[in-house]
Design a protein around this ligand. Structure first.
Ligand code: AMP
Ligand code: ZN
Length: 119
């Protein structure tokens, strides 16, 4: 497991910066976004420091698959309404032109009744 000592999300994984935890297992950590765009807005991150989707390799397929497969369950638990009237949005900003501000791979999961602040 690699951690970047200057990475905010690595610090969250390690408990050095507080977060509102949604879920945790051996390889995945999930917490509420500090500035939510929607009534439900949480971030899913690998505990391992992967800077962005641009660094993802075939060896990460299992991990990313498990994260994506976990998203609907957590979305429902956090209050996203059922598909198709409800649903949720998944966003992975990648690099400066992709709108990424925190350089530790994270999956935004947003949902809940409209209107939203953004998105
Ligand atoms: P991005 O622009 O995709 O890199 O998104 C980074 C997200 O991380 C933003 O939505 C921020 O609100 C969120 N964020 C930054 N710092 C924290 C923190 N300490 N706890 C929770 N969310 C954070
Ligand atoms: Zn990190």
């Amino acid at each position: 497991m690699s951690h970047d000592p200057n990475c905010v999300f690595c610090k969250i994984v390690q408990g050095a910066i507080p977060s509102r935890k949604v879920y945790e297992d051996e390889e995945i950590f999930v917490f509420h976004d500090i500035h939510p765009w929607a009534p439900v807005h949480f971030l899913m991150i690998p505990k391992d420091h992967i800077a962005s989707m641009a660094q993802v390799e075939p060896a990460h397929a299992g991990l990313l698959g498990r994260m994506m497969a976990l998203a609907p369950k957590l979305a429902a638990e956090q209050g996203c309404n059922p598909y198709p009237q409800g649903g949720f949005r998944i966003v992975v900003n990648t690099g400066a032109e992709g709108g990424q501000e925190v350089h530790h791979l994270h999956i935004h999961v947003m949902g809940g009744p409209r209107p939203w602040l953004k998105g």
